[in-house]
Ligand binder design. Structure first.
Ligand code: PXG
Length: 465
């Protein structure tokens, strides 16, 4: 094993981390007892940790390193921009070249008349912006009562107060509360909730919950609906084919604005530039982040249609919202270079024509594993539903997530990063992954499933709820 030496020994790093670093979505004391893993470098789809292990990153960091690690072009773009103009703001009648160039490029790439960009530094911030944008829009249209946003249970839209409130994760709402004027409807998660319906029937039923909610609240109270084309953090839930067309129809019918959260699905993840293209949606606003810079710089934004931008921008009064780092020049320069590389290297085409078909064949073959009840894949985001009984689509008797956690631990031991969401395993690898690396990913996933299955059986956890 190669020991990386340009840092403190692992145990010392872990001790310092435990003493001073508060981790997101973590019980820090528990983590400290287990010992945190320290990542030291990355190249392509591979990470190296402080012990010298080479790990295949099946999650592209946190769904963001679309272009893969270690692209020196992006480092150079950042250095160039820092030398030229390290920072300036976009408030008070000023702008700068990177923000201009990136907003123009995004307008070119985005479908329809999504021609205007309000920048943020993350997906959460961008979704907070969206709440203000849609409420401000309706106020200026003379319908100030249209304030409610409808979102989905088990959707994820970030963890600021706005983003966390739009999200449908009860454990986030339970951590510090939820803002007003946000309502949640059911998710299109057929495997877990579809009972005896076909996926198509269930997709329609769940979409029609939107219509019911609009009628219950009154269409004149509803500002917008927000959803991820494919739920990511919720467990890579690919909706039945009937779902999105029905949602689009309902939004159109009641004049409800459609916000498509493309934080994960944007920039090639689904085999098109944006997930709304994969699902044939016509959003009024698209949330972007993550893949926009492939995670090399924190940047996000709201890509807004002509109508909303013209109404808000055409008002007498200011739109009173913005962040110090809205359109940060270094982040914007890196995002531009990232987009240039995605185009020049044909990465969206690589996902569509090479990586997705190759992964699809091998991923769906995992359905023969005794523990795998459903395999889903959209572009390069995939999930495996674990179950003790495929026919009944049964849950495990053990606390939800017990078996998923065991499986994830086996993945870690086999140097594969594959996450779990309760008892669903998920992947979202860098888009540059090659067929050979896909082989390695699936081989490690199968080995980990085998080991977890043996463990679960041996420990009496193979029981249906
Ligand atoms: N929307 C979606 C669809 C996301 O997936 C956000 C908004 C928020 O973006 P920021 O940049 O503020 O984190 C996200 C982020 C997980 C996990 O456990 C997923 C995200 C973030 C953290 C953890 O899968 N997605």
């Amino acid at each position: 094993m190669i020991q990386i030496t340009n840092h403190l020994p692992t145990a010392e790093l872990q001790a310092l981390d435990a003493a001073h670093h508060m981790h997101p979505f973590t019980a820090d004391a528990q983590l400290a007892r287990r010992g945190v893993r320290v990542i030291t470098s990355g190249q392509g789809v591979w990470l190296t940790d402080s012990e010298g292990n080479r790990i295949l990153d099946g999650m592209a960091g946190l769904w963001c390193v679309n272009i893969g690690y270690g692209r020196t072009e992006l480092a150079e773009a950042a250095a160039r921009q820092m030398r030229e103009l390290s920072y300036y703001n976009t408030f008070f009648m000023t702008t700068h070249v990177p923000a201009i160039a990136l907003s123009a490029k995004l307008a070119e790439l985005a479908p329809g008349d999504l021609n205007h960009v309000f920048f943020a530094s993350s997906g959460s911030e961008a979704n907070d912006t969206n709440i203000r944008l849609v409420r401000r829009y309706w106020e200026l249209k003379g319908q100030p009562e249209r304030r409610v946003l409808i979102a989905r249970k088990n959707g994820y839209h970030g963890s600021t107060m706005g983003g966390g409130s739009l999200g449908g994760m009860p454990y986030i709402h339970a951590t510090g509360g939820k803002i007003d004027g946000i309502e949640h409807i059911g998710q299109p998660h057929w495997w877990a909730e579809g009972e005896d319906m076909t996926p198509e029937e269930f997709g329609l039923l769940r979409a029609r919950e939107l219509e019911e909610k609009i009628l219950e609240l009154g269409a004149d109270k509803v500002a917008a609906f927000i959803g991820e084309p494919v739920q990511g953090a919720g467990g890579v839930i690919v909706p039945p084919a009937t779902y999105w067309p029905e949602i689009q129809r309902i939004c159109d019918k009641y004049g409800v604005l459609l916000i498509v959260d493309e934080v994960i699905t944007g920039f090639g993840r689904t085999g098109n530039w944006f997930g709304c293209q994969t699902f044939g949606l016509r959003p009024h606003i698209m949330t972007i982040a993550k893949g926009l810079s492939s995670g090399y710089q924190p940047i996000g934004g709201s890509v807004v249609c002509d109508e909303i931008a013209n109404v808000i921008g055409g008002a007498e009064d200011d739109f009173n919202h913005g962040y110090t780092y809205s359109g940060h020049p270094v982040a914007a320069a890196v995002a531009l270079e990232n987009i240039r590389l995605i185009e020049e290297n044909g990465i969206v085409e690589h996902v569509r024509d090479v990586a997705h078909p190759c992964l699809a064949e091998k991923w769906h073959a995992l359905a023969d594993h005794p523990m795998v009840g459903q395999t889903s894949l959209c572009g390069l985001m995939g999930s495996l539903q674990l179950t003790p009984n495929k026919e009944r689509r049964a849950k495990f008797a053990a606390k939800p997530g017990t078996v998923g956690y065991r499986t994830r631990e086996r993945c870690f031991a086999n140097n594969l990063i594959m996450r779990h969401v309760y008892d669903r395993m998920i992947i979202s690898p860098p888009l540059v992954i090659t067929p050979e690396e896909i082989d390695a990913l699936v081989a490690r996933a199968r080995k980990s499933l085998d080991e977890a299955y043996a463990e679960v059986k041996a420990e009496g956890l193979w029981k249906e709820a």
